[in-house]
Design a protein around this ligand. Structure first.
Ligand code: CO
Length: 205
């Protein structure tokens, strides 16, 4: 299996060099990505591919069910680096239909460590019981929960001191929520974008 991956890599690198001899030299000089993507670990939602982007165009953090935990130093470190060092102004939280993490959260406690990771999703589901009950139990309800979870993640990002500080100093950073539909290959904008305009002030009250 690993041999297969290494062989594919070798073919890819060679094809790149053939198409653009200076490509890797340019890559080695640094990155200037325009987007920071927070997505699910799911193998079917690779941000570069579904976004039609090349290496160097998108900075990435992925975890199970694309959650934003305020104690996740891996995510927070990447977020801080994205905004403060790379100067990225477009932050994206992208969920997806058919998310195994979201489905696991709506089952009982059977997944070990993941049950802890997904605790916030279970809490979110309880808080939105009325909304969720309008959808038939199963995939449709889980996809609605995935949507609600993205909206929640956008709000949580906006509350991080990293975003609050960026907005306070006038950085025009936007946080967007998207949902990727596995069965169509389309990214949908959930239209829940937050810019510091109102939230920065809310936080100081
Ligand atoms: Co997922």
């Amino acid at each position: 299996m690993l041999h297969h991956l290494l062989a594919r890599n070798s073919d890819w690198a060679e094809a790149r060099r053939r198409a653009d001899p200076a490509y890797f030299e340019r890559m080695a000089q640094g990155q200037q990505p325009s987007y920071f993507w927070i997505g699910c670990s799911d193998s079917r939602v690779p941000e570069n591919v579904v976004g039609g982007l090349d290496p160097g165009e998108i900075f990435v953090h992925r975890n199970v069910a694309n959650l934003v935990h305020s104690t996740d130093f891996s995510l927070l470190s990447a977020l801080e680096f994205a905004i403060d060092v790379l100067g990225i102004r477009e932050i994206i939280v992208c969920g997806h239909t058919g998310c195994g993490g979201i489905a696991a959260a709506s089952q009982g406690l059977v997944n070990g460590l993941a049950d802890h990771w997904l605790e916030a999703v279970r809490r979110l589901a309880r808080r939105n019981e009325a909304d969720l009950s309008a959808f038939p139990e199963g995939p449709a309800r889980n996809d609605r929960l995935a949507e609600l979870s993205v909206i929640e993640a956008v709000a949580r990002l906006a509350e991080t001191p990293i975003l609050q500080r960026a907005w306070a100093r006038g950085d025009r950073v936007s946080v967007h929520g998207l949902l990727y539909r596995l069965s169509e290959g389309e990214l949908r904008n959930l239209d829940v974008t937050l810019t510091g305009a109102h939230l920065g002030r809310d936080a100081k009250e």
